[in-house]
Ligand binder design. Sequence first.
Ligand SMILES: *Cc1c(COP(=O)(O)O)cnc(C)c1O
Length: 370
Amino acid sequence: MLNDNEVRFVDLYAQYLALKEDIDLAIRSTIEQSAFIRSKSVDLFEESFSQVVGNKYCVSCANGTDALYIALKGLGIKPGDEVITTSHSWISTSETITQAGGKVVFCDTDDAFYTIDPKLISDKITKNTVGIIPVHLYGHPANMTEISYLAKKNSLWLIEDCAQSHLATHQNQTVGTFGEASTFSFYPGKNLGAMGDAGCLNTNNLELAKWAQLFARHGGKGVHSIEGINSRLDGIQAAILNVKLPYLKSWNDKRISIAKVYNDNLGSVEQLILPKVLPGNKHVYHLYVVRTKQRDQLKLFLEQNHIPTVINYPRILPLLPAYSYLGHIPEHFPISAKYQSEILSLPIYPEMPIDHALYVCEKIKEFFKR
Ligand SMILES: *Cc1c(COP(=O)(O)O)cnc(C)c1O
């Protein structure tokens, strides 16, 4: 049983309860129709999701990692091709570059926003560079004006990793519509989450959409014009996502209002750096990440007061064992390497009671007053 007074980092069960009847019905009818794989629900979801984001095509797949892999393969990456991406993300962003046959080139983050620093990208471009993968980390759009300009100027493609940023906007343009392709994850805790793994790739390029569809489904059932992989959105997940999609915007708004409670109540704490928003951006707060030199002590203190927090992510990508072959040291990424020991994600989710957020603020202020 869930205890209502307990502060949670996220509460997926609360979201289920709010939509229980519709979700139960969606699951039951999928089972009744045995619509487990390619089904009307999948078609409907692809159609509605591309419409909501503002892309012509949506190709659903098994998860957000596959979406990146499929997009990279679809853009025709060849051995020796270099792809520039941020030093600070979840490993899907970079591991798929390698798996698709490319070479990962990491770039440090902006000192205010945790997203790739456009000022540093030019120095990373070589004659082998083919594309850039910006990540709208934590729900805050990367500076797509500058990144798109650089991509165009250097004839590079762009894949936006939108796994944490469903319906965030930059200069009133929804993220996922800036590049050749954009990738989304519907992992349960994301701003739009399934009840298992799910993902998709969006694009305005018909050829890429068609190729991605073939590739993700073994080169096409009965056709097999190419060798592909098996990466599908299953019928039950699609049916659940169809129930949830109409609420995405209002859930984002609720995240924004929880963020406002944090902003309003923690703004006076000098030792704490709150998330900043690039002018012209709409941040959708997949995560609310603060920074402090006393991070570990604060995390422990909050834990003792039954407030769960998370570190997203404890080590920047270039310093993970998986990338030791690149020989990077923290000094290569001075900003993100410094922040990795200072960042802390506070609880945030659409159904979070305001008094829980206020309690978190109260305990944080108490910690810094000691
Ligand atoms: C969650 C996430 C992914 C991968 O999504 P999965 O559906 O878990 O495979 C990729 N990139 C980022 C930034 C993510 O947060």
